[in-house]
Design a protein around this ligand. Structure first.
Ligand SMILES: [Zn+2]
Length: 379
């Protein structure tokens, strides 16, 4: 077993054992309440102040804090408590079992490892007083619409900077992608398929649009972004038709468009709208419409050049030999934090996130605590 304290290991084991699947992703998911209650109990025992802020239907954000020497300056540490569902696990996904220097279970890596190490960092500061007030939020719903982080941004409390906990292998992520997702419908005219010329085939129309969207993706792929790579568009779901012998009157797709920092969701939508317009007016006169509002997760502004990035780079370099600025293709709660400079750092690897048989290496936990503490004290 590695050096991480037994208290930290058992904290993360306990968190992993509490099933907190996002109920918006699986009807069987229990949501985040039990984790919040556990954290409340944990903080009470240690005389840390804490609050539960209900965001929606018995799903609270959990908040604890340490006042700084300059209480009006605030730095946010945030890690989410919900997980994705479980599917095809070889073992109990909520065992929290320690094996081969790893803690196993759904959420161990994404992102209860970050949460447990942030909380340990805060609760073991002891006599060392941070300059800015350190606020730790355990947020709900990161895996779906990020309404937990949204509530933090809308709370009226101002933060100078944020550290988002997600598995980065203790690397320093200063920029990541966002996304905009929406549904598109093509309307046709039904007819008996023995006389298809009397109908308008919505699937055939959609097929043309899908190929045009694929060509658009090729164009997007040429817009290189040094940190996060180019934007991308995926047609990720399709459905259409009503039965075997009817010309299909409707066909729908879902579009998942990944945004790079500085790319407004509205622009990405408009580019696709322009493609649709050419088909509406083209020889096929395809009746297509976007079903809005879209799900929008803007890509946060890159934290390059910010003070938090500088402080975090030093902490990562001191503790883990990391700290080079990197970008990531995935999204985080940072997309909802409205332009606060955000860095993403956490123990564990994205390679294990959302997989069957998720785990986290215990050897990274102490280092994560140390990195977070250096940031808390030096910001
Ligand atoms: Zn996550």
């Amino acid at each position: 077993m590695s050096s991480a304290s037994t208290e930290l290991v058992s904290l993360l084991q306990d968190l992993t054992r509490i099933e907190s699947i996002n109920p918006s992703l699986s009807a069987a998911g229990s949501g985040e309440l039990e984790v919040a209650r556990y954290l409340e109990n944990y903080c009470r025992k240690r005389n840390l102040p804490c609050e539960l802020h209900e965001v929606k239907d018995g799903r609270p954000n959990f908040i604890t804090w340490i006042p700084g020497q300059y209480p009006d300056r605030r730095i946010l540490f945030i890690a989410h408590t919900d997980t994705v569902p479980v599917d095809k696990w070889d073992t109990n996904p909520f065992s929290g079992e320690v094996r081969d220097g790893r803690i196993h279970g759904r959420g161990s890596c994404d992102t209860k490892g970050s949460l447990a190490t942030m909380l340990t960092a805060l609760s073991t500061l002891g006599e060392r007083k941070p300059k800015a007030t350190v606020v730790l939020v355990a947020s709900i719903d990161e895996e779906f619409r990020k309404i937990g982080a949204r509530a933090v941004a809308d709370s009226g409390v101002a933060y100078e900077a944020a550290v988002v906990g997600e598995p980065t292998n203790l690397e320093l992520v200063v920029a990541h992608k966002g996304s905009v997702r929406w549904q598109v419908e093509v309307e046709g005219v039904p007819a008996h398929s023995s006389r298809p010329h009397l109908g308008v085939n919505a699937i055939t129309g959609m097929a043309k649009l899908v190929l045009a969207l694929d060509a658009h993706n090729e164009v997007l792929n040429k817009r290189e972004n040094a940190l996060v790579g180019p934007p991308a568009l995926t047609v990720s779901l399709i459905e259409g038709g009503i039965e075997l012998t009817t010309v299909p009157p409707a066909c729908r797709i879902w579009i998942d468009r990944r945004l790079t920092p500085g790319e407004p969701p509205q622009n990405a939508l408009q580019e696709v709208e322009d493609i649709f317009e050419s088909f509406r007016n083209g020889k096929d006169k395809i009746k297509v419409r976007s079903l809005l509002p879209a799900l929008e997760d803007p890509a946060p502004k890159s934290a390059e050049g910010s003070r938090i990035a500088e402080v975090a780079a030093n902490a990562c370099a001191n503790v883990a030999g990391t700290g080079k600025y990197i970008g990531a293709p995935w999204g985080t709660d940072a997309s909802q934090l409205d332009g606060i400079p955000c860095v993403v750092i956490g123990p564990g690897s994205m390679a294990q996130a959302h997989t069957s048989n998720e785990f986290i290496d215990i050897s990274q936990l102490d280092k994560a605590v140390e990195i977070y503490q250096q940031i808390m004290l030096n910001y």
